[in-house]
Design a protein around this ligand. Sequence first.
Ligand code: ADP
Ligand code: MG
Ligand code: MG
Length: 891
Amino acid sequence: FSEVNQAEAYVGGDWDKVRGLLGGKGANLADMSRIGVPVPPGFTVTTEACNEYSANGKFPDGMWDQMLAGLSEVEKEAGKKFGDSKNPLLVSCRSGAKFSMPGMMDTVLNIGLNDETAKGMVELTGNERFVYDSYRRLIQMFGSVVLEIPDEAFENPMDSFKESKGYKLDTEMTASDLKELTKIFKDVVKSEKGFDFPQDPLEQMRLATQAVFRSWNGKRAVDYRRAERIPDNLGTAVNIVTMVFGNMGDDSGTGVAFTRNPVDGTNKMFGEYLLNAQGEDVVAGIRNTNKIESLEKVMPDVYKQFMDITHKLEKHYRDMQDVEFTIEHGKLWMLQTRSGKRTARSAVAIAVQMVNEGLINKETALQRVTTKQVDALLHPQFDPNKIKKIEAFASGVNASPGAAVGRIYFDADKVVEMKEKENQDCIMVRPFTKPDDVHGMLSAKGILTSEGGATSHAAVVARQFGVPCVVGASAIKIDLDKRVLTCGDLTLHEGDWISVDGNTGKAYVGKIDVVVPDLEEMKDLTTLLSWADEISDIEVWANADYPRDARRARSFGAKGIGLCRTEHMFFEVERLPIVQKMILAKNSEDRTAALNELLPHQRSDFDGLFEAMTGYPVIIRLIDPPLHEFLPNAEDLKEQIITKRIEKISDYVNGKAIDKELVNLEKMLKEVELRHESNPMMGLRGVRLSIVMPEIVEMQVRAIFEAACDVKLRGFEPRPEIMIPLTGHVNELKRIQPRLIEIAKQVMAEKKVEVEYLFGTMIEIPRAAVTAGEIAEVAEFFSFGTNDLTQMTFGYSRDDAERSFLVKYVEEGILPENPFQVIDRNGVGKLMQIAIQDGRASRPDLKVGICGEHGGDPKSIEWCHIIGNDYVSCSPFRVPVARLAAAQAKL
Ligand code: ADP
Ligand code: MG
Ligand code: MG
């Protein structure tokens, strides 16, 4: 291993390339011996050799000679000779690729033992049992790995041998038993292969090396690489390492350890060992292992040395290490070290600890934790051990993370009722959701839909409110009349328990235990995220409609509200009739009267929001959806009318006055039909609606400024920013914006107080992006509505595409990713880039943000950083993830 400097020079000094050449295990073994850690002598055959072997089916020229030369170096260092009958050297032949692939490739121990060397070793050690135990293990491992003999061919004769002796455990076998077993195993090789177990140690080494090379393309390894996205062309290195023996008595042993706790991150050695044991015994769990701490009593010197070495390794690699070690006759040997795998909780804790200890800087700490890990920390989770054993009844899109357990109900009102009257945990199950389902969604522990994709209404709302949610579980059928859910043979009724896993998109029958993340570790998370804020160029804001969401967003570190949707406020029970009156009004007067009724409600909505976000900007979007969403559904109305008519049929017969309710229903139906649009999402909505019916937005702006002035007068610092949705042409803004600014000024004059404010627009129609230079002459800020911008740029319906073809598109690689989840940089992203460039050219201080679903997606955040957004806005629960992503975008 001493040639590590040469290897480094060969690849140009880059440690990542050294790992590529020597594999992680080989590189670290060499590195450890360079810094003076006791590593048994050995050498590494490179991954380049493996790749040549894979290509040509033979060792590259000169490789074998180099191995022999390496071996003789090792012999010198070890003071033993390979194949010598008096003082034989034994070696292991170990695989080791650039990225650790635990247990996926092969390793053969005890190479060099044969009938002769075994005798020599017995003489040398006086320990016949140990020698023949090692020999029979060699034949077994070699037989299986190199000669590809099925395991049963060894296991069956071993079992019958033990049975004939009346043994249960391997350890009951005596020296002569093991000697006999060695003979039995040699016979197995002969009968399986037709030739003898190779007695020539060099032949053993040569065949084992070939076998390790071949294991790179073994099925296990290939499957693992697919799953972990490790490239196939890296190859494995082969490490020939002098054997050290932990099974030479009670002054010997073997173990594995993590230098810090991989579960919770506590800075304390976490490991296990066994005395008088070899290799995999600890991991295999055949015997009860001892906690590493207890080694201090058994071998105080070894323990101290072990602690010193692992400390040194942590300092050297500046990361938590996962080590393998062996003690032979009281001497400690390190056999492997690598960065240890850890849970999300442990990753955050260790990253923060190491900065405080001066081992790493803040930037490195921020790269050691993934956004997925942060996300995982914030939501309750199902116990992973329990989940493994249960089968899901349905699966769909994992729309909003977290674990939810509750009873199923099929409509929003029922969910609210069961929650409020009986304090039940409810799961709302619907084919899909609409804005008027929101109260139910807020009361539910979880949401399951059979239709819709990652940006469907259910998904967006669920993420915003942190409700675990699975959408588009298309195998389930929901019968809203019979109030049952069926899925194959399974039938569930209202009130039955299910568990919904928003992390994986799966749903289970019954209750599964959840583990709530510990608040303790949140302190580390807070620290880490404060470092993220120091580093990143873009701020993270939140989408929030209610004061309580704003407060949560603020506590999660949001520096503003990037989107407050005002229409939710129109759906509340006591307001909806007024809203309908307003919509159906025959003239501006009647409309204004209804709006005047709504105004105090809106004002109080904004009041709380401004107070919660004092000092930070709050972007309020003026009414956006098509009005029909606030009116009853035509089909429902028709049904009601028919029912009513049947009920009242006798009235007709008897010539009585026509029922008034029926008249009203019929009127409503007429109105609804009058307003029908065949493509409402492209119809009368957004700024268009404001131009046709300016009274609504005038009322909204009045309510916003009255609230802002009141809040300011109470001593807070409100910063309203008014956002006009769906602009496609600058003339739309030119028409509406001055009227609204007029109202703002009027209100401030009435209230005799000034507040800071801005008027801006959403960029969500491609034409707006392309003409951003003109639009920025009027708009003071832009916010990318990337849900609609994606829908209109691709021409994909965001409500249907995932259900019909988008999943297939992604699966088959037609699209690299779902553009509703990750911004399509070349198309939608390009439009954003143009909009920022042209917008800032005409208004240099133009503020730019994003409020679409992409605002919480790390890859999309990175794009926003690249094109120069000032902030991203996402749902409150996503804020911590976005803060980390914003910093990582820069690193
Ligand atoms: P893996 O990558 O699957 O962990 P390893 O190459 O690390 O495979 O080896 C498997 C086991 O054999 C480990 O427990 C290791 O400690 C042990 N081992 C490997 N080489 C030696 C050696 N030269 N002396 C003693 N034990 C060894
Ligand atoms: Mg190992
Ligand atoms: Mg929109």
